[in-house]
Design a protein around this ligand. Structure first.
Ligand code: HEC
Length: 174
């Protein structure tokens, strides 16, 4: 009852709230613009293919291309969002770490053991979930049958074209 004499008592906090939200949104927008100036993540390097791991089975080749090559080869596709921070940073980190772990374009360099590759495919750990959830990576959501084809193709690859050296793998690093 006593409140009716002070009508602005309710509107004041609301106006303050709106101002706060406005400033926050502006702050976020400015931040998003500023982080675009960070140079990391935009060079999109495509180092030379020194020795390609070749899958004889065309279906396996397709599966590897759809689900592994973006991070584990020098033939990475860079969709538009890989130019926009912070997505560009996350993708760059995945590609750097992926290529360092196994590189299907540098089969003349040390690679993980066949067992390790099979383990990563069969467990469903690879391709990573964050990759599969992207709408443009629907083909990377492998079925059981796809996984079997890919595992079979890696077995043939390691038999016919074994990497020159097997990397000592750190058991903690998976
Ligand atoms: C989005 C990028 C991405 C995709 C796509 C991807 N990987 Fe990976 N992969 C990584 C990263 C990053 C690592 C290193 C960190 C880790 O193990 O999680 C890795 C690690 C690995 C390793 C372990 C390497 C080591 O250090 O011994 C294997 C094997 C592997 N991936 C196989 C695959 C296969 C096979 C596919 C396709 C079915 C695939 N990956 C798809 C990013 C990716």
């Amino acid at each position: 009852m006593g409140d009716s004499s002070k009508p602005d008592q309710k509107t004041k906090p609301r106006r303050l709230w709106r101002k706060l939200v406005g400033f926050s949104l502006l702050g976020i927008a400015v931040l998003l613009v500023l982080i675009q100036l960070v140079p990391f993540g935009r060079d999109h390097s495509q180092p030379a293919v020194t020795k390609a791991a070749f899958f004889a089975d065309p279906r396996a080749r397709q599966i590897a291309d759809d689900s592994c090559n973006d991070c584990h080869s020098n033939l990475t596709r860079w969709p538009w969002y890989t130019n926009v921070a912070p997505a560009s940073w996350l993708v760059q980190q995945d590609v750097d770490e992926g290529r360092a772990g196994m590189n299907l374009s540098e089969w003349d360099k040390p690679q993980p053991s066949l067992d390790r590759v099979i383990e990563h495919i069969e467990s469903g750990e690879m391709p990573p979930l964050k990759y599969k959830v992207m709408p443009n990576h629907a083909a990377a959501r492998l079925s059981e049958a796809d996984r079997e084809i890919l595992v079979g193709a890696f077995r043939v690859l390691y038999a016919r074209q074994p990497p020159e050296a097997i990397k000592a793998s750190d058991p903690d690093d998976d």
